[in-house]
Ligand binder design. Structure first.
Ligand code: NAD
Length: 391
């Protein structure tokens, strides 16, 4: 009897030992599997590594920022709902930086507060660059609530999550549209902000939220960057600007110019030739995306606890729509048809920045200031990607 009992017990212990061994082996393999190693890297702070959450990283400016951050050895998490961005851009970034712990993509809508909180609790972010937004002035006038929701209320969700999870550094994408129609040019950071459309108003409200929050926290480091008109693309031709076809008509002058050069639209419509500008057409400050991203990297490096830095990001030089169109013709080699029409209500004659503050405080200056060169680089990508990232 005793012998049988002892034998049964030793069989049970052997099975238990075997089960424990298999479980240990399984756990060991699991922790060594590339995906777990990667997610552990994203979930823990690592000395010497700065983990940046890039919202809207699948979009035009966001994807260029991710490329630069990865090149500069940052760890990056993209959060994007792909409503306007391109998974194709994310795939290119993943192919360029496939090593575990470099880049992860999380599909989520920033309007979903519980999803955002989950992302913050599962990841150890050191900083946030908040690009994600809907960003067309005309659309904002037609759908104002969408803009207040997507820009203002989503920024509130992000900064609440940052406060709740102890993330102290924020770089915020703002715009010269927050200034409205200033009486004096160039625009400095002290020019009064009187936005005239829901896009500009929603961005100004987000700035106010961030500003007020930062006053309650002595260790929050904030940089607000107000961009002027962004053009260009990655000089090495890996990324470009590819808005969804249905957004084309909302689009910006460079997109329209390339569409005209490709024959997708019959020509360009220039509205207003009797402004008080040297050639009668509107004047804008075009900033190349490579320079813009450089400003973000400098802002990340200079962000100081307890401080809010506000900077215009522009070249400081205005170019007229006529000059832009001529540069576009040269860059594409296409004699684009141009129709000159009467003014569009709400357009202002001249907008250009005074970038002296960012030059002196962050040591940043725009380097790609030749319109034709920026447009040639962007055109190369456009020509090679007739269907955007779906090529
Ligand atoms: N392009 C310009 O000339 C310009 C000028 C001034 C400021 N900005 C600002 O720069 C930022 C980026 O602009 P862009 O031109 O790259 O736009 P974009 O549309 O190419 O990129 C925006 C990205 O945000 C994502 N997104 C939007 N709503 C989201 C949500 N609720 N949840 C998750 N992701 C969401 C989109 O899918 C897209 O990938 C915006 O904040 C915009 O206001 C742009």
């Amino acid at each position: 009897m005793d012998f049988v009992e002892t034998k049964r017990r030793s069989n049970v212990s052997r099975k238990l030992l075997l089960a424990a061994g298999i479980t240990a082996l399984f756990l060991f393999m699991l922790t060594k599997s590339p995906s777990t190693t990667a997610s552990i890297k994203f979930s823990r702070h690592e000395p010497g590594v700065t983990h940046v959450l890039v919202t809207g990283g699948a979009g035009y400016i966001g994807s260029h920022a991710v490329l630069r951050l990865l090149k500069d050895s940052y760890r990056v998490t993209i959060v994007d709902n792909l409503s306007r961005g391109n998974m194709g851009a994310v795939k290119i970034l993943q192919q360029l930086y496939p090593e575990p712990g470099r880049l992860q993509f999380i599909y989520a809508d920033l309007g979903d507060a519980s999803a955002v909180n989950r992302i913050f609790s599962q990841n150890a972010f050191d900083a946030v660059i908040h690009f994600a937004a809907v960003a067309y002035v005309g659309e904002s006038t037609a759908e104002p609530l969408r803009y207040y929701h997507n820009i203002t209320s989503n920024t509130l969700i992000i900064v609440k999550a940052m406060a709740a999870h102890g993330v102290k550094k924020l770089i915020y994408s703002s715009t010269c549209a927050t200034y409205g129609e200033p009486e004096k040019m160039p625009i400095t950071e002290d020019t009064p902000q009187v936005p005239i459309n829901p896009y500009g108003k929603a961005k100004k409200m987000s700035e106010d939220i961030i500003f007020d929050l930062s006053k309650t926290s002595s260790d929050m480091a904030v940089m607000i960057l107000r961009y002027f008109n962004v053009i260009g693309s990655d000089p090495e031709g890996r990324l470009g600007e590819a808005p969804r076809p249905e957004l084309r008509e909302q689009g910006r002058i460079s997109g329209a110019c390339f569409d005209a050069a490709r024959g997708i639209i019959p020509g360009l419509k220039v509205r207003g030739t009797d402004y008080k500008t040297p050639d009668g057409t509107c004047v804008r400050d075009y900033i190349d995306v490579t320079d813009l991203i450089d400003a973000h990297v400098k802002a990340l490096a200079h962000a100081k606890p307890g401080k809010v830095g506000i900077y215009n990001v522009g070249t400081g030089k205005g170019s007229s729509v006529k000059e832009f169109v001529e540069a576009c013709k040269k860059a594409t080699g296409v004699n684009i048809k141009v129709d000159y029409l009467s003014r569009r209500p709400g357009d202002y004659a001249e907008v250009y920045s005074d970038p002296s503050k960012i030059r002196s405080e962050l040591n940043w200056t725009a380097r790609y200031t030749n319109l034709e060169e920026s447009l040639s680089i962007a055109w190369r990508w456009q020509k090679a990607h007739i269907n955007g990232y779906n090529n």
